[in-house]
Design a protein around this ligand. Structure first.
Ligand SMILES: NC(=O)c1ccc[n+]([C@@H]2O[C@H](COP(=O)([O-])OP(=O)(O)OC[C@H]3O[C@@H](n4cnc5c(N)ncnc54)[C@H](OP(=O)(O)O)[C@@H]3O)[C@@H](O)[C@H]2O)c1
Length: 358
């Protein structure tokens, strides 16, 4: 996997749409510590009434960057790299988590003592969201899920939760930067419900907070990714890999660390990323088949594929979708045959050539 991540290094970061005229409601502070240290200095604007951000030190884990970020979805794949980068520059990171206390444990070690603060919350309880946001000046939303469960629909996780966070951040009054992580290919007209929900989430966030920044990464690659690892496990277990629709769909995988860097870069800029939507793709476009070849090369197995036509792949994936809400017990999470992912992968998903629209 190392070889792959190296080959996929360096994202291309293209702003695609400025949703509204970027009128910052937050006056930029002309007094910020670290302005002469471009490597670590954050240019985060202070909100009216909040006073200046306190920045101390030369940078690094034991400094104070002035950023106090609540990172929703920090317990996931991208979260671990983002928290690491935020902690490395001396930011305090509030980590809302649900479930077991063990979920955010790996993140605690990334920052100086007391800098990573796991906080139990319930995404359906407004007060608990307010509590985890209370001390923050930055909110980053990484919450997302590419399959439905009995408890949570695509819309609730990818749209309504994002909207709720934006509403609460607006009410809070002291949130200087809000970053919403969506997905490349999200569109209200997508055949995939997940991508439609993601697009609705972006729209809702920008409606509440026009100065929010939206990041739309392509499929992310890295040690814990859910594409190459999944394929590798399948190929090792069954000695073949199903290639849905012949694997000719084009994708532009991006290295997860680059996505985390793009988010941190947006936080550290002079406010120019506020109100913008960025598509984040890797340096190369691959067909699904080419990427699978790379996976086989990495696991040192002889490539063996079984071509599954699209309608058959959908037929294999369908029973889970039909039964999900009908049976009184949880069904296994979908793996390669995820109906929504099959729909999403039916069309090419690459970074658009558009520059900034406004
Ligand atoms: N992975 C990719 O290839 C990829 C590509 C493009 C865009 N994205 C987007 O980038 C973001 C981060 O991706 P990722 O790969 O880091 O995702 P991930 O590993 O699946 O992590 C998702 C995070 O969202 C949280 N979450 C999921 N369902 C939730 C719910 N019902 N209530 C509260 N929290 C919930 C998870 O919390 P728990 O740990 O408690 O479940 C976890 O912290 C997501 O929005 C994703 O859609 C991902």
């Amino acid at each position: 996997m190392q070889a792959i991540t190296r080959r996929l290094g360096h994202q291309s970061l293209r702003p695609t749409a400025s949703i509204s005229s970027i009128k910052s409601i937050y006056p930029l502070s002309d007094h910020y510590y670290g302005g002469d240290h471009p490597r670590y200095g954050s240019t985060l604007a202070s909100h009216k009434g909040m006073g200046h951000l306190v920045r101390k030190g030369t940078g690094g884990r034991s400094s104070v960057s002035g950023i106090i970020a609540t990172v929703f979805g920090a317990t996931g794949f991208l979260g671990r790299y983002l928290v690491q980068q935020l902690a490395k520059m001396g930011s305090q990171v509030l980590v809302p988590f649900r479930g077991s206390e063990d979920n955010p444990r790996h993140l605690k070690l990334m920052g100086d003592l007391g800098q990573i603060v796991p906080m139990k919350y319930d995404p359906r309880d407004e007060n608990s969201i307010k509590a985890v946001m209370a001390k923050a000046n930055v909110v980053i939303n990484l919450i997302g899920r590419e399959y439905e469960t009995r408890n949570f629909s695509f819309e609730e996780v990818n749209h309504f939760m994002a909207e709720q966070l934006a509403v609460i951040a607006k009410e809070h009054g002291g949130i200087m930067r809000f970053i919403q992580v969506s997905c490349l290919g999200s569109s209200l007209s997508s055949p995939s419900r997940f991508l439609r929900a993601k697009a609705a989430g972006e729209e809702a966030v920008l409606k509440e907070l026009p100065e929010a920044t939206v990041m739309k990464p392509a499929v992310m690659i890295g040690t814990e990714d859910r594409i190459m690892n999944r394929w590798a496990h399948f190929a090792k277990k069954y000695s073949f890999l199903p290639l849905i629709g012949g694997g000719s769909t084009k994708i532009q995988p991006v290295y997860v660390v680059d996505v985390a860097s793009a988010i941190v870069a947006a936080l550290k800029d002079d406010g120019s990323s506020m109100g913008n939507v960025y598509e984040l793709g890797g340096p190369e476009i691959y067909t699904v088949h080419e990427l699978a070849e790379l996976m086989y090369e990495t696991i040192r197995e002889w490539p063996r594929y079984v071509n599954i036509p699209l309608p058959i792949a959908k037929a294999i994936a369908m029973p889970r979708e039909v039964l999900l809400k009908k049976v009184p017990f949880p069904l296994p999470n979908p793996d390669i045959f995820n109906l929504d992912q099959i729909n999403a992968f039916a069309t090419d998903t690459v970074v658009s050539e558009n520059g900034q629209l406004e």
